[in-house]
Design a protein. Structure first.
Length: 266
C-alpha cells in the first residue's frame, strides 16, 4: 500500500472489532430489516406478525444449514432462549406490561410466536461473538452460584408483580459475584480484556437502544406508546442488563459443561 494510506494499527483493530460485532449481530439485524420491510410493505392475506414468524424461521434454518454460521449445538441453546422468552412474554402480556395489538394467526395467549426469536437473537449474538472473538473468562464463579443467580434474576421478572422488586439487590449481587471476573477477547491476533460486569452493562445499554428502534417499528407496544411512540423509559435498561446476564450465564455454563465432558480446558 502507498505510504500515508496504511491504516494505523489501533484503527485497524477497531474496524476489525466492529466487523466481528456486526457479523455476530446477523440474526438481530435480520429481524430489524424484516420489521422495516413489513412496516412499509403489506402482503395481502398475511398478517405482519405471521410474516415475521415465517421470516425468522427461514433465517434460523438458513443460518444453521445453508450459511452454516451456527452449529446444531448452538441452535439448541438458542431454542432454549426462545422458550424462556416466549414464557415471559405470555406472562407479561397477561399482566399488561406491553402488548402486540395487531391480529395474527400465530398468536399464543396474545403473544405472536415470532417474539421468541427476539430473545433467541440475543443468544445468537452471544454464541457468535463468543466464537468470533474467542472469548475467555477468568475468575468466573462456581457453577452453582451462576445457576442460582441466573434463576433468581429470571424469576424476579415474574415475582416482582406480586412481591418486592429485587432488581437492585440482584444488580448488587452481580457486582459482588463478578467483581474480579474478566472477559478476554481477541481482535486481529491481539488480546484485550474488560471487567465482565462492564460488558454486561454495555450490551444491556445497546439492547435498550435497539428496543427503542423495535418499538418505533411496531414490534410491540408499551402502554404509554398506545397513542404515539415515545422513548422507552430509561429504567428498562436495568431489565435488559439483567436479562442479558441470564442469557450470558446460560451460554457460559453450557460451554463449561461441554468442555468438561470433552476434557478440554475452559
Amino acid at each position: 500500500m502507498l505510504r500515508g494510506r496504511v491504516i494505523p494499527r489501533p484503527l485497524s483493530l477497531l474496524l476489525h472489532f466492529a466487523y466481528q460485532e456486526a457479523a455476530s449481530c446477523l440474526f438481530p439485524a435480520f429481524i430489524f430489516a424484516m420489521l422495516v420491510l413489513s412496516k412499509v410493505v403489506e402482503i395481502p392475506g398475511l398478517p405482519r406478525y405471521d410474516f415475521m414468524l415465517l421470516a425468522c424461521v427461514g433465517m434460523q434454518v438458513a443460518m444453521v444449514w445453508w450459511l452454516r454460521v451456527e452449529s446444531v449445538d448452538e441452535l439448541k441453546v438458542i431454542t432454549l432462549f426462545h422458550v424462556l422468552g416466549t414464557t415471559m412474554e405470555v406472562f407479561k402480556i397477561a399482566m399488561g406490561s406491553w402488548a402486540y395489538p395487531d391480529f395474527a394467526y400465530s398468536k399464543l395467549l396474545g403473544v405472536p410466536l415470532y417474539s421468541g426469536f427476539m430473545y433467541a437473537s440475543v443468544a445468537s449474538y452471544i454464541t457468535q461473538a463468543w466464537r468470533r472473538l474467542e472469548l475467555r473468562l477468568t475468575n468466573f464463579p462456581p457453577s452453582g452460584l451462576n445457576v442460582v443467580l441466573a434463576a433468581l434474576i429470571y424469576l424476579n421478572f415474574f415475582t416482582h408483580h406480586y412481591t418486592l422488586d429485587l432488581r437492585y439487590v440482584l444488580i448488587l449481587a452481580v457486582f459482588v459475584a463478578y467483581w474480579r471476573t474478566r472477559v478476554y477477547f481477541t481482535v486481529g491476533g491481539v488480546s484485550f480484556w474488560l471487567p465482565l460486569k462492564l460488558g454486561f452493562a454495555l450490551v444491556g445499554f445497546f439492547i435498550w437502544l435497539a428496543e427503542n428502534i423495535a418499538t418505533y417499528l411496531g414490534a410491540w407496544q408499551y402502554p404509554d406508546q398506545a397513542t404515539q411512540w415515545t422513548l422507552v423509559h430509561p429504567g428498562k435498561f436495568t431489565s435488559w442488563f439483567l436479562l442479558f446476564i441470564v442469557s450470558f450465564l446460560i451460554v457460559a455454563q453450557l460451554k463449561r459443561v461441554k468442555a468438561a465432558r470433552q476434557g478440554e480446558r475452559w
